[in-house]
Ligand binder design. Structure first.
Ligand code: NAI
Ligand code: 13P
Length: 367
């Protein structure tokens, strides 16, 4: 493919998408529709064979057909050869393992985009920290995350969607913005990498909790309370870890909470509903049959919150339901019975340490 061909400033590129689930498939379709040459890598040969044969991911994204520009492959070497961009779309728990195998094969100049939403359970690290530890700090200059309210089922069908790109180096976020931006896919940049990563990961806990409430039979008031108070505790932990509190009012905070806590596409919400109806965690996960990131993230965030002494009551009760056998109804009673407090006073206790990054034009504030 000629490097001279461009789509609004970004050359038509060779892109490797790693991960043959719903999100990797939807993003492969989006990029191929923009004219990029996409290798879609999945680890199971029979899954790749089905993708090649059917031109559809019937297991994870039924009804969305792969454009010509998507080439499914089981060979990491083939997928990564000559790639200008590498998109990691594997679940968070597989990120380090796949990264280690892929790193020697990734071209030195390639831009790496991670789209998984989670924390590494064992180390409590954000995935950009995992990347820096494995690839070296200097490699972070070409690393970005893409996050926000974006179900694969809708993106795969060109339904309007808005997301955020963030990166240690602001220009990399701008490159990723241009790469993914399309008529139905609007990409903002945000220079708060910490907030964008945490917003995407932590909202899954609240979606599990909201689902549990629905499974019990509670109504919209409970859902609104959980979304709002969930946002408050996400913001508390985020600010403690160096995020900009305003990020959580944006697409990767409030936006992704709304979509994940209310959409029937959400695996986290669906798993929560099953648990609220009385299923065990294992039975709920089996019923969903796809990755439910919030389960591991609940464990990681609960540990982080305790280590940092940050109050996260929704996370704590969700943890007890998932891992300590607390009944969903008892968890709801615990949340409602907490000591009375003031909403605003609590928010005011957030002491923001956020500073504007020097490499962000306009100070990172949208004009
Ligand atoms: N599905 C969605 O709408 C969205 C998903 N995400 C995030 O994208 C990430 C991937 O999610 P989905 O594609 O939805 O998952 P999925 O459940 O649809 O598929 C997961 C894929 O990862 C593969 N996989 C699992 N372990 C692996 C390993 N060790 N090595 C290689 N491949 C492995 C599975 O075989 C499967 O193909 C998650 O972090 C999720 O939170 C983000 C935005 C939207
Ligand atoms: O992150 C997502 C949508 O923005 C996907 O959420 P689920 O994993 O709950 O389906």
């Amino acid at each position: 493919m000629s490097k001279k061909q461009t789509v609004r400033g970004v050359s038509l590129l060779r892109v490797a998408v790693l991960g043959g689930g719903g999100w990797g498939t939807a993003l492969s379709c989006l990029l191929a529709r923009k004219g990029h040459a996409v290798s879609l890598w999945a680890r199971r040969p029979e899954h790749v064979a089905a993708l090649v044969r059917e031109r559809e991911n019937r297991r994870y994204l039924p009804g969305v057909f792969l454009p010509e520009g998507v080439n499914p492959t089981n060979s990491l070497k083939d997928a990564l050869a000559g790639a200008a961009v590498v998109v990691f779309a594997v679940p968070s728990h597989a990120f380090r393992e796949v990264l280690r195998t892929a790193l020697p094969l990734i071209p030195a100049s390639a831009c790496v985009v991670n789209v998984a939403k989670g924390l590494e359970e064992e180390t409590l690290l954000r995935l950009s920290e995992v990347y820096g530890a494995e690839a070296g700090e200097e490699a972070l200059a070409r690393y970005a995350v893409l996050s926000g309210p974006s179900h694969a089922e809708e993106v795969g069908r060109d339904q309007p969607t808005a997301v955020v790109a963030a990166a240690p180096r602001y220009q990399t976020a701008e490159f990723v913005q241009e790469l993914f931006m399309g008529p139905f896919f609007r990409v903002y940049t945000n220079d708060d990498l910490v907030g964008v990563e945490l917003g995407g990961a932590l909202k899954n806990i609240i979606a599990l909790g909201t689902g549990i409430c629905e499974g019990i039979g509670f109504g919209d008031n409970a859902k609104a309370a959980l979304i709002t108070r969930g946002l408050a505790e996400i913001t508390r932990l985020g600010v403690r870890l160096g995020a900009n509190p305003l990020t959580f009012a944006g697409l990767t905070g409030l936006g992704d909470l709304v979509v994940t806590c209310t959409s029937m596409h959400s695996r986290n919400r669906r798993a929560g509903i099953e648990i609220g109806r009385g299923k065990t965690l294992d039975a709920a996960l089996a019923a969903v049959g796809m990755v439910v990131e919030g389960v591991r993230t609940t464990r990681a965030a609960h540990t982080l919150a305790r280590e940092l002494n940050v109050a996260m009551p929704v996370t704590a009760e969700t943890y007890r339901v998932l891992f300590e056998g607390l009944s969903p109804l008892e968890a709801a009673r615990n949340l409602m019975g907490r000591a009375r407090t003031r909403e605003i006073e609590e928010v005011c206790r957030i002491k923001a340490t956020w500073t504007v990054r020097p490499d962000a034009p306009g100070g990172g504030v949208e004009k």
